[in-house]
Design a protein around this ligand. Structure first.
Ligand SMILES: NC(=O)C1=CN([C@@H]2O[C@H](COP(=O)(O)OP(=O)(O)OC[C@H]3O[C@@H](n4cnc5c(N)ncnc54)[C@H](OP(=O)(O)O)[C@@H]3O)[C@@H](O)[C@H]2O)C=CC1
Ligand SMILES: CC(=O)C(=O)O
Ligand SMILES: [Mg+2]
Length: 551
């Protein structure tokens, strides 16, 4: 069929080349170049995808900083998305630290500097009252997974305002890479309700709404309008809340968890990841969790979520809630959390030491510090979700090592510049005895250390939710996801807790199956004729070139 022409060049051809989901770059064949009117718009060489991957990885490796590599990858994602995902699948462990933590943190901080092309949806507060109209105007009818942030607690880097958009973009890239969700069916969203980051407000380059954060009833009404618009436009979509500040994270999850398929990744995804790490480490250390104490340092959204899921696990092993609670010691900025002494939030109140123990814990009205808590509780496990760089110093690690043959140390805060400890320091200070997991990728003397990050959980939760059609995302799904992840024994010898990030796609499939089974058991989801496994496999979008005229 003859193509419409514009100045001698096919305008459809130009549209294809500028659509990242249809563009193939130099991999358009001679036949396609003839048929689509692409001659002249491309250099002569006809490449294969394999050749393109080799060329791109060579160029990427030549950049000297992770940030430059990040910008190069984002540019590729915005010009040729199929190639971006093929590259990611081929070199996942090498590229994960770029598209995700730690580099995505720097990318959020410098978002305005590298902003080039529209991706995702910026719903800023001045658009209130028009949110459904904006969603309705989008051509994306089949959105399956949404990741939304308001940018207030970006990793451990605090308020990044509109720059927080880097996180939903990164998370959804991993939904596609690991769980095979079609990129056309994902939607990154930034709720731009302002920023209280004065540096951003003063920065002439800042691309967000230059206004202090809207809070209270106005914020709640804006989020409510957003959720209702999502429900109306994409009634079946999964909504993932990401990197909201602690109080909003908890409140919004509580408000919406029964109204649509939704979860908070920092609370629930992280909890499942940490529980999986603890279950795997329990095996390695040869201990029984119900006999041992756990210290969680940083009792915010992630820390409280982790404590709750561990409590659920201990109760499922036969302890009463009270006995299980006796195993948890949550430490925040004012020391060990003790009821009516230094508890600030309702989530903290649920995991604090009871007030009846206050006299036993307090010294001159002071709650014990982290190290004092470790000396007294002699925990087997120490988890960091405080965003406090190097809070696990030498005395802390030495205390953990004195009380355990194999201390389990999980500094989970991201990015690496906010981690409570580096794997290398923990290894040195524990004389190589610690079992370690870090939130961002890191190395010890025996190579890569396990990355204990919710990227091991959320893609599988999302895929399972989409395939099963679950209308609610339940706590049982996270508990089963944790058990599933802990059961996946790494190929490598040594102290690895999970298979390496190279295996994230298989892991997502396994977790998705566990989620589908929970949906069937608890929510009455009906397995398709071929079974859940086939449905999961059949749902995968693969990064292979398709005919650009009928994508
Ligand atoms: N590895 C992973 O998969 C994940 C890691 N994380 C990481 O966990 C960290 C926290 O995230 P999140 O829980 O959502 O954030 P929150 O802000 O909700 O929680 C952080 C908590 O740490 C407390 N805190 C601050 N300073 C100190 C201190 N000096 N000593 C002890 N506690 C302190 C904060 O208190 P206050 O509120 O008073 O400041 C708050 O209660 C981030 O760095 C994030 O990257 C989060 C999710 C997943
Ligand atoms: C990993 C993640 O979700 C975080 O650090 O916030
Ligand atoms: Mg997060």
């Amino acid at each position: 069929m003859k193509q419409p022409r514009q100045n001698g060049i096919g305008s459809d051809a130009k549209a294809i080349l500028s659509d990242p989901l249809r563009n193939k770059g130099t991999a358009f064949t001679e036949e396609e170049r003839d048929r689509l009117g692409l001659h002249g718009l491309l250099p002569n060489h006809v490449s294969t995808m394999d050749g393109q991957i080799k060329r791109r990885i060579a160029v990427l490796r030549a950049f000297s900083t992770p940030f430059e590599k990040y910008a190069f990858l984002r540019d590729l994602q915005d010009t040729n998305e199929t190639l971006f995902y093929a590259l990611l699948a081929r070199h996942r462990s090498e590229l994960l630290p770029l598209v995700y933590t730690p580099t995505v943190g720097e990318a959020c901080v410098r978002f305005s500097e590298i902003y080039r092309r529209a991706r995702g949806l910026f719903l800023s507060y001045p658009l209130k009252g028009r949110l459904f109209e904006i969603l309705a105007a989008l051509p994306n009818d089949d959105v399956e997974v949404i990741c939304v942030t308001d940018g207030e607690r970006i990793l451990g880097l605090g308020d990044q305002g509109a720059g927080g958009m880097g996180i939903p973009i990164g998370k959804l890239s991993l939904y596609t890479d690991c769980a095979g969700i079609d990129p056309a069916r994902t939607m990154p969203i930034l709720l731009d309700t302002g920023t209280d980051n004065e540096e951003l407000l003063d920065n002439p380059l800042y691309v967000g709404w230059r206004h202090h954060r809207v809070r209270g009833a106005e914020y709640d009404a804006f989020v409510e309008e957003f959720v209702e618009a999502v429900r109306k436009r994409w009634p079946r979509a999964l909504l993932q809340w990401e990197d909201f500040a602690g109080p909003n994270a908890v409140t919004l999850l509580g408000r919406y968890r029964c109204r649509l398929p939704t979860f908070n990744d920092d609370i629930q995804g992280t909890a499942a990841t940490a529980l999986a790490a603890i279950l795997a480490a329990e095996r390695l250390a040869g201990i029984d969790l119900i006999e041992r104490n756990i210290v969680v340092f940083g009792a915010g959204a992630a820390g409280c979520g982790i404590a709750e899921l561990i409590l659920g696990e201990l109760v499922s092993r036969g302890l009463t809630r009270e006995a299980a609670l006796a195993r948890i010691h949550a430490v925040d900025r004012d020391g060990l959390l003790i009821e009516h002494v230094n508890v600030v939030t309702a989530s903290q109140a649920r995991i604090a030491r009871p007030h009846t123990e206050a006299d036993a814990w307090l010294t001159q009205q002071q709650a014990p510090s982290l190290i004092e808590t470790i000396e007294r509780a002699r925990p087997a496990v120490l988890i960091g979700t405080s965003g406090q760089f190097e809070a696990f110093d030498k005395p802390v690690i030495e205390a953990m090592t004195r009380h355990n043959d194999r201390p389990i140390i999980l500094p989970l805060s991201n990015p690496a510049i906010r981690a409570e400890a580096s794997a290398a320091d923990v290894q040195t200070w524990s004389n190589g005895r610690a079992i370690i997991g870090t939130g961002s990728p890191s190395h010890g003397s025996n190579g890569a250390v396990t990355q204990v990050n919710n990227v091991y959980i959320f893609p599988g939760i999302g895929l399972g939710a989409v395939v099963s059609g679950a209308e609610t995302i339940t706590e049982a799904m996270f508990a089963e996801a944790a058990k599933c992840l802990a059961s996946l024994v790494p190929d490598e010898d040594g102290d690895r807790l999970f298979p390496s990030t190279d295996h994230l796609a298989e892991i997502a499939d396994s977790i998705a199956l566990a989620v589908c089974r929970v949906a069937e058991r608890d929510l009455g989801a009906i397995p398709p004729a071929g079974g859940w496994e086939d449905a999961i496999a059949g749902h995968r979008w693969a990064p292979v070139y398709r005919d650009p005229v009928s994508p």
